[in-house]
Design a protein around this ligand. Structure first.
Ligand code: ADP
Length: 248
């Protein structure tokens, strides 16, 4: 099943074109890593796909419906780069933050039902933060906060999950377990995963498919193809490319 279709996307900020002719499709269960140099438009692409910024040109369809008419946002989860508000003063508990992930699908007044509370408790349990429900998020470690945000993105049971540089703030060990968790979600629930990352070294171990962006789609294929593509070898440096490929 086609989950997402992006056709000829063009996006500008203040008349400066940031994305041009970006097209790709996602099938159910795909795990796509979006990589590329700093400032190449990765975050912009995610925002454009989510309808958070306008397109100059092009079309996005989600689950077969044009994004303009799409109303089922509970089918889509989003883990933003990092909630800076969470890091310092935000006085909300783990359960409160995770419950925010259910409110998007509700009409005003937005109230949580008993069933919602059970969903929140269940996802926290699955994300390994089951005992932290009443703790303030601001008091948790970076890795725990990231799990809270992942639980918030997953609590509505999305079929499509976007993550924007989710591992930047994590230490290497927490990063590994975060990737492992995502792989499980992708494999067991068949959740389609789209992850923007700088972590090209790790992403190849997890994402079945890579999209290398530099304002345009420079490469779209498997990790093995990526390592063998002459243009991409230049990106890693020849030696690094070999090292990475042999790790697989
Ligand atoms: P990446 O995520 O790949 O680092 P971004 O999508 O954040 O790249 O940014 C792409 C380009 O657009 C960069 O040159 C950045 O400075 C610019 N940009 C990003 N957000 C804005 C904005 N809100 N207003 C103006 N320019 C922006």
């Amino acid at each position: 099943m086609t989950i997402l279709e992006a056709k000829g996307l063009q996006v500008s900020y203040d008349n400066t074109e940031v994305l041009s002719e970006v097209s790709f499709t996602l099938q159910g269960g795909d795990y796509l890593g979006i990589v590329g140099p700093n400032g190449c438009g990765k975050s912009t692409l995610i925002k454009a796909l989510l309808g958070l910024i306008p397109l100059d040109r092009g079309e996005v369809a989600l689950f077969g419906t044009s994004a303009r008419d799409f109303r089922e946002w509970q089918r889509v989860g989003f883990l933003p780069q990092r909630l800076r508000t969470l890091a310092s003063h935000f006085p909300a508990t783990v359960h409160e933050v995770v419950a925010l992930g259910l409110l998007g699908g509700k009409r005003f007044p937005k109230r949580l039902t008993q069933n919602d509370r059970e969903k929140v408790a269940d996802i926290c349990e699955q994300m390994g933060i089951g005992t932290l429900g009443r703790r303030l998020v601001s008091e948790l470690s970076g890795g725990q906060q990231q799990r809270v945000l992942l639980a918030r993105a997953l609590v509505s049971g999305p079929e499509l999950l976007f993550l924007d540089e989710p591992t930047t703030a994590l230490d290497p060990e927490t990063r590994e377990s975060f990737y492992a968790l995502l792989r499980e979600i992708n494999r067991e629930r068949q959740t389609t995963v789209v992850m923007v990352t700088h972590d090209t070294w790790n992403i190849g171990r997890y994402a079945a498919r890579l999209l290398y962006l530099d304002r345009r789609v420079i490469f779209d294929g498997t990790f093995a193809e990526f390592c063998h593509a002459p243009d991409m070898a230049r990106f890693f440096g020849e030696h690094a490319g070999n090292t990475i490929y042999h790790e697989h």
